[in-house]
Design a protein around this ligand. Structure first.
Ligand code: G6P
Length: 613
């Protein structure tokens, strides 16, 4: 989704902002722009396409070297209006005094636009954002309000979600940032200020940050700053935190793509997630302890999330029901927020989100809080909205994930849910000590990730055979049904091949009609109680000439005879099988996309963090 970076300080802002825009590219975008305020003059440069084109434009025009003042920059993921240069941010008001970048959506843009047009204000773009900057300009140019008051007056009249940064050439020593629903982070370093829609463009410069809260404004004037409210001019506490993200998380190292790097990181990240939490025959989840009595006595557990996180939720359901014998209902957050709900004050609602900023997931949490449920966040970003809006939570601790297609975050979420299921089982007496110990002894299994990564070339060769397929079926049962869904999603996201995940037996009730000699069918086949049943499902496809790819831990000859291609994974327990199979499917999708010469880290139309409804 859209990204914001802004700078106020004594240095040339262009290199800082361009570097920030590159670090925001992972979020997905289709145009970019930059505005610099120096010597009471605003210079705006915008381009459709990539940041590199904007950077090139600045260098060619000789602007790159000379902006000592304030600057704001933006990557736009189009919502209102085409992804062209005119609609790209920053936008300025009709008088040319005010310039603004915006993440989010202004819902009541239409009546405001009509009102402003009736005042003879001329619009240039199709965006909702221009309405907001024109409204700020309208208040300021009337001459009764100063810049800060004008921003406040305008924000009080808009509905929707926003994170904004605004400059005004009539008050050049002021920069204002404000947020409602769309995250903004303020970085502070001596006499310099940095603003980001997340920490990625800031981390290189400072670790001292403030996560702006909803309805807060940050006003930076000369070398001073204050945190105030959008509702009224009050001084609010400055909650400065030290962030522990590492700059390495934002570099690709020896890898061509972040996704590839992040797939490889899983050998460490899964271990990081469980370290200190799984000890011999006990699970320790300190983030939940304050609410543990209510959690373990809950009548109902709901899991809500979007995308890949929702797939992790399906695995969580299977694990919690299996180990702790508590019914779990899993629902997309976008549905949960509007459906009739059975959530009450004896329910637990687990919200899973890598970014911690997904709009639908946040709305689902809000609803659960209103119904009196205990809300538990499973997320990766400390200080994120999910972390702050839930009663308690468990961080996935897998480091910053840059690739739009989520990989290490998924396996970390599954690890957290596995621990939670075992802890609940322990509290509910549905597991004994020796089983706990056995289930928590997955040191050796984690090492088996290495052997999957060593097979990478083999997986690549299989993947390349199928890069021209038009459709794919991914089939698995039990824990591996969500793995099939996730494998299919990865393929869709980065290779643009249509793929569907199904429970293997359910394939007979519709999808089998698609099967012909050109259609690859990827089966996930652990040697478990459904093994023989899956073999029958494979036979059914085989007899209709469908191509068969098998991911399995079984060396049985029958599988070899049925498969066009077989990827063998090491023997491990049930739970780790699904983690290892996931990593195989991540690599499989990755190599198909690379084979098709696609931009793996920034797939078309997708955004890393979907902060609008
Ligand atoms: C976007 C991303 C997906 C992600 C989903 C949920 O659609 O492209 O990769 O799974 O949002 O994101 P979250 O941050 O809430 O896990």
């Amino acid at each position: 989704m859209c990204g914001i970076v802004a700078y106020k300080g004594p240095k040339n802002c262009y290199p800082i902002l361009i570097d920030g825009l590159h670090r925001l590219e992972y979020r997905g975008y289709d145009s970019a722009g930059i505005a610099c305020l120096s010597d009471e003059k605003i210079t705006i440069t915008k381009r459709s396409g990539k940041v590199i084109q904007l950077e090139h434009g600045l260098k060619v025009n000789g602007k790159y070297e000379n902006c000592n003042g304030s600057g704001i920059a933006h990557t736009r993921w189009a919502t209102h209006g085409k992804p062209n240069q005119i609609n790209a941010h920053p936008h300025k008001d009709d008088s040319g005094n005010i310039v603004l970048v915006h993440n989010g959506i202004i819902e009541n843009y239409d009546p405001i636009k009509k009102f402003l047009k009736s005042k003879k204000i001329k619009f240039k773009s199709e965006t909702d954002t221009e309405v907001l900057v024109q409204l700020i300009g309208y208040f300021f140019n009337k001459g009764k309000l100063n810049f800060e008051q004008s921003v406040r007056a305008a924000l009080q009249r808009v509905d929707g979600a926003y994170g904004i940064v605004v400059l005004n050439k009539k008050e050049p020593d002021v920069m204002i940032a404000a947020r409602k629903g769309s995250p903004l982070v303020l970085g502070i370093k001596d006499n310099e200020f940095f603003i980001g829609s997340d920490v990625s463009p800031i981390i290189k410069h400072t670790q001292q940050i403030i996560y702006l809260e909803d309805s807060q404004m940050a006003v930076m004037k000369s070398e001073e700053y204050k945190i105030t409210s959008i509702d009224k001019d009050v001084s609010l506490p400055k909650k400065v935190e030290k962030i522990d993200f590492k700059i390495d998380d934002y570099d690709k190292g020896k890898f061509k793509y972040f996704m590839h790097k992040e797939i490889h990181e899983q050998i460490h990240t899964i271990r990081n997630t469980i370290t200190g939490r799984a000890k011999k025959d006990r699970v320790y989840l300190n983030g939940l302890m304050e609410y543990w009595t209510q959690i373990k006595e809950a009548d109902k557990i709901f899991i809500t999330a979007c995308g890949t996180s929702w797939h992790a939720g399906l695995i969580g359901k299977n694990l919690i029901e299996r180990f702790a014998e508590v019914p779990v209902h899993v629902e997309y957050a976008s549905e949960f927020r509007y459906n009739k709900t059975l959530v009450d004050n004896k329910s637990v609602v687990i919200a899973i989100s890598q970014s911690g900023e997904t709009a639908d997931t946040l709305a689902a949490i809000k609803k659960a809080n209103e119904y009196g449920a205990i809300t538990v966040g499973v997320c990766n970003v400390a200080g994120s909205s999910v972390a702050r809006e839930t009663n308690c939570g468990i961080f996935t601790r897998c480091g910053h994930e840059v690739g739009v297609a989520s990989t290490k975050a998924f396996t970390a979420q599954v690890s957290v849910l596995y621990l939670l299921a075992l802890k609940l089982a322990d509290s509910n007496d549905t597991i004994n000590r020796s089983s706990m110990k056995a289930h928590l002894d997955f040191d050796d299994s984690i090492n088996k990730i290495k052997s999957i990564l060593k097979k990478e070339n083999e997986i690549r060769k299989v993947a390349l055979k199928y890069k021209n397929a038009k459709d794919f079926l991914y089939l698995g049962r039990g824990l591996n049904f969500p793995v099939a869904l996730e494998g299919a999603l990865k393929l869709k996201e980065i290779s643009y091949i249509h793929a569907e995940g199904y429970p293997a037996a359910e394939m007979k009730h519709g999808p089998i009609a698609l099967v012909d000699k050109d259609m690859p069918n990827l089966f996930i086949v652990p040697k478990d109680k459904t093994y023989d049943k899956i073999i029958s499902n494979i036979e059914e496809i085989k007899s209709r000439k469908g191509k068969i790819i098998i991911v399995t831990d079984s060396r049985d000859k029958i599988l070899k005879s049925l498969a066009n291609d077989l990827i063998l994974i090491p023997k491990t327990n049930h739970y780790m099988f699904c983690q290892l199979a996931t990593i195989v499917l991540q690599l499989f999708a990755y190599y198909i996309a690379v084979g098709k010469k696609l931009n793996v880290d920034q797939p078309r139309n997708l955004a890393k963090s979907v902060t609008v409804e």
